[in-house]
Design a protein around this ligand. Structure first.
Ligand code: VGL
Ligand code: ZN
Length: 204
């Protein structure tokens, strides 16, 4: 069987309860993610990694509030509370995450002028992070995505994974969503239509 990779998306303090952009139940997935890490050959982590004053922060746009959207040169962009500032406690992985096995950490969102939800491409959908090349060079053909948040970084990563030709699964029981204006439902639909396998539990 072709090599498989587990891609753990943004399991960081700021996306867990008590964090700057907390996702409901974000910390609940840690034991299951750790279990999947133990069972998967290749493990890659992503880390949302913004400089202070990042353009995705509402605080960088006078008069704008978190969760409003604005138009950026690369398209619409939701504005967020300041989060995952490079080197801050909030940007650290959740302390319970069994991260040591990871062979690669992809940091994203480190350019001030552009956000990056996907583990594969920045939000212009054109600037690669290098992850597809890494996985292909390693002979990986199947990827399973888990982490935070279902409707943003997990979903955009999964859509790009399919476009890059990977056999792509999202383990929904190991994800939690933000859910802005029905975004969980709409992104589940987009993923399903794109050919992402959505699983609520292990199929084996
Ligand atoms: C994320 C919003 C902003 C995510 C990251 O990990 O889903 N969402 N930055
Ligand atoms: Zn972010």
């Amino acid at each position: 069987m072709a090599d498989e990779a587990l891609v753990v998306i943004d399991l960081q303090n700021d996306f867990c309860p008590g964090g700057a952009l907390a996702v409901n139940g974000g910390d609940e997935i840690v034991p299951l993610v750790n279990d999947l890490i133990r069972r998967t050959e290749h493990v890659v982590l992503t880390q949302d990694w913004h400089p202070a004053g990042h353009s995705s922060f509402a605080s960088s746009h006078p008069g704008k509030q978190p969760f409003e959207a604005i138009d950026m040169p690369y398209g619409p962009q939701t504005l967020w509370p300041d989060h995952c500032i490079q080197g801050s406690l909030g940007s650290d992985f959740h302390s319970g995450l069994a991260w040591t096995k990871a062979e690669l950490v992809i940091r994203k969102g480190f350019r001030s002028a552009i956000d990056s939800y996907s583990a594969f491409f920045e939000n212009d959908h054109a600037t690669p992070t290098g992850l597809a090349g890494y996985l292909k060079e390693r002979g990986v053909e199947s990827v399973t995505l888990v982490g935070l948040a279902t409707d943003f970084c997990v979903a955009f990563s999964a859509l790009d994974a399919v476009k890059q030709g990977f056999n792509t699964t999202v383990r929904l029981d190991a994800c939690r969503g933000i859910d802005l204006n029905g975004s969980v439902e709409s992104m589940l639909k987009r993923m399903r239509e794109a050919g992402v396998r959505l699983e609520d539990q292990a199929s084996d």
